[in-house]
Design a protein around this ligand. Structure first.
Ligand code: FUB
Length: 318
């Protein structure tokens, strides 16, 4: 299958892909050129709107449905529309997105639409109790919806080791447990958390939490959840070591046991993805920086078929 960028007329990243109404819809970040400085805080990821894309077939033409949500129409946002996701329930479509509020703190917002491609109307305030970045929604077979989120460094998860934002919060080091992503069930109307967000555990083969020093395996950002043959697969980016990894659990809250790598480092610093089943095959959507020749904040979405072995392990993509 072709490894070409799916979209070349504009920069796209952080693809969250879903099958809605028999088509594949992609909800990516919309990268743009900026004069913001490049730093570990991610100031260079200075996005101001979202476009939605769709495909009838993997490998077929990609339709750009245009601007689905613009920052100027989101009352609480000051800057940086980062990695979004979408869900559907009760005949409505929900676009979830992280962005900085006026105080510089990342929160997660929701916008509602009647069609998968939008347009979406943002709620006036972020979701109550939300923090950090990279929301990923998952609707289970029993119709319960969950949101997974969190990201360290520029994503501010290290600033939230308690109920309040600590501007001096640091990523732990050495043998201390690594910071953990967060999950919460969503309310029936999909607009709020139905419970206090709780950490999810990612453990090694001995049941021990991954250590902070284990940068090849510890959670950094880009949460995703999918279900394969009754098991729950939590996948994520290791950030500064640039892997996409996964961990397997028996229920949406975990614990999740580290399973391995899905994707080795690609061109560019960030790595972010989604996994979906379409017409009986499984696909990994991700990004790299091919069309900008490696400019980290000017990315493009790609898709690859993935395979599982007989034990349910995802075979690494080369
Ligand atoms: O696109 C901005 C940020 O970069 C995302 O929120 C992260 O996952 C990383 O891809």
């Amino acid at each position: 299958m072709s490894d070409k960028p799916l979209i070349t007329h504009t920069y796209t990243a952080d693809p969250s892909a879903h099958v809605f109404d028999g088509k594949v819809y992609i909800y990516p970040s919309h990268d743009r050129e900026t004069d913001q400085p490049t730093n570990d805080n991610g100031d260079q990821y200075d996005m101001v709107d979202y476009h939605v894309f769709s495909l009838d077939e993997i490998g077929g033409d990609v339709t750009d449905h245009g601007v689905a949500l613009d920052m100027k129409d989101i009352p609480w946002v000051s800057k940086q529309l980062w990695a979004p996701d979408a869900a559907t329930k009760n005949g409505k479509y929900y676009l979830y997105f992280p962005a900085r509020a006026a105080d510089g703190i990342f929160r997660i917002g929701v916008a509602v639409g009647d069609r998968p491609e939008g347009p979406f109307t943002a709620e006036p305030q972020p979701m109550k109790g939300s923090f950090s970045i990279d929301p990923a929604t998952f609707v289970d077979d029993d119709d319960e919806a969950y949101m997974y989120f969190g990201g360290i460094w520029g994503g501010q998860l290290q600033n939230w080791q308690g109920e309040t934002y600590d501007p001096n919060g640091k990523e732990p080091e050495g043998d201390a447990p690594a910071l953990l992503p967060v999950v919460s069930k969503l309310t029936e109307d999909m607009k709020e958390f139905a419970e206090k967000p709780r950490e999810i555990q990612i453990v090694d083969e001995d049941g021990e939490l991954l250590k902070a020093s284990d940068h090849d395996r510890r959670f950094f950002e880009a949460a995703w959840m999918h279900k394969h043959e009754g098991k729950y697969y939590f996948s994520y980016s290791t950030g500064d070591t640039h892997y996409l990894c996964y961990a397997i659990g028996d229920n949406p809250y975990g614990p999740f046991t580290y399973g391995g790598r899905i994707l080795e480092p690609v061109l560019g610093w960030t790595t972010h993805h989604s996994i979906l089943e379409f017409k009986g095959k499984w696909y990994l959507f991700h990004h790299d920086c091919e069309i900008s020749n490696g400019v980290n904040h000017l990315r493009n979405v790609k898709v690859k078929e993935i395979f599982y072995d007989e034990d349910g392990k995802i075979l690494p993509v080369k």
